[in-house]
Ligand binder design. Structure first.
Ligand code: 13P
Length: 256
């Protein structure tokens, strides 16, 4: 049984843009956000913490604005961390979790992400849970098993109702920022396997509702290829999401 899943484009700005640069983007994206929404597509960006508020204040309300991480505790002695109540107060309800850069540089594990996913869902927020393998794992043919474990750990203990609210992003590490994007066939093959893991955990109906994005060197000139695959519901885009022109190109080619 196939159900229509709404397409989603999310720009991950990583550690780019000062607040004034983020504001400039926010002020300049109204028309393209309107275009996307009128075509039934969800679009968003994930600025750094210090840029979130200015993007909230200056972007059209339909632009999804996500944080790039969050702490699962509401408050306390966690120097350098940001909590869910802090994000909620400035109007943020989406958070990227478990990006490979955070796994690599900040030691973030799937189990740590699981606690954050639960905390976000308890606050009616949307986690975007990232998974993906290294080049070595890919070359050893271990991608599906590796990603399955990330999914099982990240989704551990969730109910079906909770699971369907999570967005998954499959980002092979070897394709991130390298210009060496996974082919649409590779992306679809892995993403279909993720959906079948989700089916095993939560049943077909729930698995069919979960949006799964591809990420890794997605550009305006290749985004359409991914969208033609049946299990790929959108893209998580780094470099090509930073400039307004390029972001517009992603949207235009996504709706085609
Ligand atoms: P690039 O699009 O720059 O390869 O980055 C992908 C990514 O990591 C998005 O989260």
């Amino acid at each position: 049984m196939t159900m229509a899943r709404k397409k989603l484009l999310l720009g991950n700005w990583k550690m780019n843009k000062t607040p004034s640069e983020a504001k400039e983007f926010a002020l300049g994206c109204s028309e393209m956000v309107h275009f996307a929404v009128s075509h039934g597509i969800d679009v968003g960006v994930a600025p750094t913490f210090v840029c979130l508020q200015t993007v909230v204040e200056n972007a059209p309300k339909d632009l999804i604005i996500a944080a790039q991480n969050v702490n699962e505790h509401d408050h306390g002695a966690y120097t350098g961390e940001i909590s869910i109540p802090m994000l909620k107060e400035i109007g943020i309800s989406w958070v990227i979790l478990g990006h490979s850069e955070r796994r690599t540089y900040n030691g973030e594990t799937s189990l740590a992400c699981n606690a954050k996913i639960k905390a976000l869902l308890a606050n009616s927020m949307t986690p975007v849970y990232c998974c993906g393998e290294t080049l070595e794992t890919f070359e050893q043919g271990q991608t599906k098993a590796f990603v399955a474990k990330q999914i099982e750990e990240g989704f551990a203990g969730l109910s079906k109702e909770e699971a369907e609210k999570v967005v998954v992003a499959y980002e092979p590490i070897w394709a991130i920022g390298t210009g060496k994007n996974a082919t649409k066939e590779i992306a679809e093959d892995t993403i279909a396997s993720i959906r079948s893991v989700l089916k095993g955990l939560f049943g077909e109906q729930t698995a069919e509702k979960i949006r799964i994005l591809y990420g890794g060197s997605v550009k305006p000139n290749n985004i359409a290829e991914y969208m033609s695959e049946k299990d790929i519901d959108g893209a998580l885009v780094g470099g090509a999401s930073l400039a307004l022109d390029s972001y517009r190109g992603l949207i235009e080619n996504l709706v085609k």
